[in-house]
Design a protein around this ligand. Structure first.
Ligand SMILES: [Zn+2]
Length: 310
């Protein structure tokens, strides 16, 4: 069954952070984690296997910075296809033969486009196309364009995924809570209603949010509810494990599984079909989410059967 078909039946569990887990596994800040798909595939696999064992239904490939523009900063521009292909194979292997969905991850290209920056839209388009093609050709079940702040870049990503033949395209925005705390929008000023409408216009299949600043489980729930008001598409949320804090010159996220898990069912009730987590989250967070989702689904089934027998 395809990811979109399954979503009509039950909520799915995503995975947790990759970047912070790579650091724990020995990746140094500023080094290229995506190159590990070729140089240390066993370490990437070990992380994703822990997510699969914790109950993830969907695993994102370790390709957040896997576009040519990002890889070029580390001298790996010639390895775009190999890095992305390897990433899909590793994520698939993490499921150990059980059913699961591999979501090919495309992160921001990491700069600004003209007239604000040095990159042309054409360069970004070519980079995203190349990455999307490698992910889809290697068998990714879906492609997510994530941590997006601008609709222009998002559109290029969606079109690249479509051109590559992706069966399912997810657009995922990163929102920041405003200084007065009253609302949230992306760094480029996009609010959730506009993002969801834009994704519908451009034929994305799933409207998502991830990461962001100040976006805890409750704020993510608000974003999902706002998506739902303007869109009937499946929705997805991957909040961070709290706010990044600088401790001993290291960025840490300290929201525990116990603190986050209470937000899982409200997210589903607001309309999220896929719930995962972003920076700082661990297999323990995902295991807690699994229990919450399973208990919720069981309760729903029991209620339904009781009313059927009434
Ligand atoms: Zn994040």
């Amino acid at each position: 069954m395809t990811l979109l078909d399954t979503l009509t039946q039950r909520p799915l569990l995503g995975d947790g952070a990759m970047g912070t887990q790579l650091m724990i596994a020995g990746l140094e800040q500023g080094n290229c984690g995506e190159a590990w798909n070729l140089t240390h595939p066993e370490r990437v696999l070990a992380i994703q296997r822990r997510y699969a064992e914790a109950g993830s239904d969907c695993i994102l490939t370790n390709t957040f910075g896997g576009s040519r523009i990002m890889l070029n900063r580390h001298g790996h521009a010639s390895d775009v296809a190999a890095i992305n292909r390897a990433a899909v194979a590793i994520a698939r292997e993490a499921f150990g033969g059980r059913p699961g969905y591999v979501i090919g991850d495309i992160g921001p290209f990491g700069g600004l486009m003209e007239p604000y920056g040095d990159f042309t839209a054409q360069q970004v388009r070519e980079a995203f196309r190349e990455q999307a093609r490698a992910l889809v050709d290697a068998g990714a079940d879906a492609v997510i364009i994530e941590t997006q702040t601008s609709l222009e870049e998002l559109q290029i990503g969606i079109e690249a995924a479509r051109d590559a033949g992706a069966a399912c395209i997810i657009g995922s925005m990163a929102y920041d809570v405003t200084l007065d705390g009253s609302t949230f929008r992306t760094m480029m000023g996009v609010d959730p209603e506009r993002a969801a409408a834009f994704m519908e216009e451009h034929s994305a299949h799933i409207v998502a949010l991830n990461c962001g600043t100040g976006m805890d489980m409750a704020r993510a729930r608000d974003a999902v509810a706002r998506y739902r008001q303007v869109s009937a598409l499946p929705l997805m949320a991957q909040p961070n494990a709290g706010q990044p804090k600088l401790v001993n010159m290291k960025v840490v996220y300290d929201e525990t599984p116990e603190q986050m898990v209470g937000g899982v069912v409200p997210l589903i009730d607001a309309g999220a079909g896929i719930v995962g987590a972003c920076c700082g989250s661990t297999p323990d967070h995902i295991r807690a989410f699994r229990q919450a989702i399973d208990a919720h689904v069981a309760q729903r089934a029991e209620r339904a059967s009781r009313s059927a027998h009434a």
